[in-house]
Design a protein around this ligand. Structure first.
Ligand code: HSE
Length: 433
């Protein structure tokens, strides 16, 4: 059999250790599929002496992970360190500069620096691969770059953060509070080191910006993702949505708008009401799911574990197998020079139904004030419910008929500063077909 593909592994957290376990457990099968063995030669992490439950003695140790790519016993560096900048980025740059391939699970680094790294990789004719960065074990990047490569992708959307999905579906099943369920997600090990990245929507926005670039052939624009997390949701919103025939899920959605020559990119991460008969409504727990709509393929649904050592290691090693087979395709499915710079889409004209929730003072005339603002802004109400008290406030929740997003925004601006509202209103879009 041909020479082994020699791997340096930087970062020995849960996923790094998962990669070691997978490469050891499936060594023969991987070698047969890849046409050559995949052999870890050297590892590096911040703390050499930490107990990790795997035997590291077969591997060389490198204290300075940034120079891994310069070693002669390394063909590919697997970066599992994390963080958009710092050692991970330094390692990625030195590796590619040294003419070595890079495999990473680091969505923050790719969202912020993916174009720079992809351009460098093109110059050096080496692979840059990041299947594990989006939706863990689900081969969605491969699916878009290869399986759906012939299609114009019209829309890509999905559940991209397992922690939020676990929290929302557990709140739905148990009626438990947000903070209590977040603590359980952290204990189960799929929350980010800083859970704000999960619950504020940043992690999903990183992943969405990567998917959008691949789906639409556009330059990554993470900064333009309109991002909201799940921290403002109350158990009462979830109950109210259920009564109306919906579940609440954090959805990342991207599509292009406008016409050729003047195309813009819509990217949003926000909790949505999802009709109970929509496939995404049945995605529970830490599972991720991505829908891509191709103009010839139709709707494609990718679903599976979005985090965890086994699924994420599976995606990393799939990238290594591609590299062992000699594949050096473009990171974003076309040369960086071909990617279009699309400006952010104007969202006011987008037509949708929305769930709008107000917390209001319990006194005469408040409901009339709200409905007058909606009337003046041209928002038509489909259903409305006023529910019990929470402290001194009462919840007024409604679903609007389909209309432009700008109308709801105008209604809220008319109510701004009103002392009838005890907190800013919450607006959630309702996922259409
Ligand atoms: N923290 C992420 C999630 C896992 O909850 O989906 C890795 O991307």
């Amino acid at each position: 059999m041909a020479e082994p593909l020699k791997i340096a592994l930087a970062g020995l957290g849960t996923v790094g250790v998962g990669v070691i376990r997978l490469v050891e457990a499936n060594a023969q099968l991987i070698a047969r599929r890849a046409g050559r063995p995949i052999q870890i030669t050297v590892v590096s992490a911040r703390d050499r002496n930490k107990a990790r439950g795997v035997d590291l003695s077969p591997y060389a140790w490198e204290d300075d992970m940034v120079i891994l790519g310069e070693r002669t016993d390394v063909d590919v560096v697997v970066e599992m360190v994390g963080g958009s900048d710092g050692p991970a980025l330094a390692l990625a740059r030195t590796t590619i500069e040294a003419g070595k391939a890079l495999v990473t699970a680091n969505k923050a680094m790719i969202a912020h620096h993916g174009l720079e790294l992809a351009a460098k990789a093109e110059d050096k004719h080496v692979a840059l691969k990041f299947e594990a960065a989006v939706a863990g074990g689900i081969p969605v990047i491969k699916g878009l770059r290869e399986g759906a490569a012939a299609n114009e992708i019209e829309r890509v959307y999905g559940i991209l953060n397992g922690t939020c999905n676990f929290i929302l579906s557990t709140m739905e099943d148990t009626g438990r509070d947000f903070a209590d369920v977040l603590a359980e997600a952290q204990a189960r090990g799929f929350a980010e080191a800083d859970p704000a990245f999960d619950v504020e929507g940043t992690d999903a926005a990183h992943k969405l910006s990567i998917l959008a670039a691949i789906a639409f052939g556009s330059k990554i624009d993470f900064g333009a993702v309109d991002t909201a997390g799940i921290t403002r949701l109350r158990a009462a919103d979830i109950a109210q949505a259920a009564a109306l025939g919906y579940v609440i899920r954090l959805i990342g959605m991207a599509e292009t708008d406008g016409v050729d020559g003047n195309r813009t990119l819509f990217q949003r991460v926000q909790p949505h009401l999802v009709p109970v008969d929509h496939p995404l409504a049945h995605v529970d727990g830490a599972t991720n799911a991505v829908v891509a709509e191709g103009n010839f393929s139709g709707r494609l649904l990718f679903q599976g574990a979005g985090a965890g050592d086994g699924p994420t290691a599976s995606a990393v090693v799939a990238d290594l197998i591609d590299i062992a087979r000699g594949e050096v395709s473009h990171a974003f499915s076309m040369p960086v020079g071909e990617l279009e710079a699309l400006g952010p889409a104007e969202t006011g004209h987008r037509q949708s139904r929305a769930y709008v929730r107000f917390m209001v003072a319990d006194r005469p005339g408040v409901l009339a004030e709200i409905t007058a603002a909606l009337r003046d802004a041209g928002v038509s109400i489909e259903s409305l419910i006023q529910k019990g008290r929470s402290g001194d406030a009462v919840m007024v929740a409604m679903v609007t008929h389909e209309g432009p997003e700008s109308a709801v925004r105008k209604a809220l601006s008319l109510l701004e500063g009103s002392d009838s509202l005890t907190e800013p209103p919450l607006v959630l879009q309702i996922l259409g077909d």
